[in-house]
Design a protein around this ligand. Sequence first.
Ligand code: FES
Length: 106
Amino acid sequence: MNEWTNVAAASEIGPGEYRVVDIDEVAIAVFNLDGEYFAIEDVCTHDFGTLTGGCVEDGRIMCPRHGARFDIRTGEALTPPAYEPVATFPVRIHEDMVQVRDNRDD
Ligand code: FES
């Protein structure tokens, strides 16, 4: 089982903000949405563009390359040209640190 990785202190990721961490060459973006934290892979399923840098609104992120939108909470692809969901990851708060884990090999 993969270990939890520190992302940042909870106070460092304000509502609407995010941080990106690299876990074994997988870029994972951790978002604070109204005080809850959610993590998605920072790679668009349309053409592998980086998602962060795109507009975040109402719990959705828009890929800056061709405009596909994804639900940050579920990873669901909401609009073309992406149709496949982006990977999501578990997030926890441990001793005031936001931590994420790549659980795909569990
Ligand atoms: S790479 Fe994201 S919409 Fe094309």
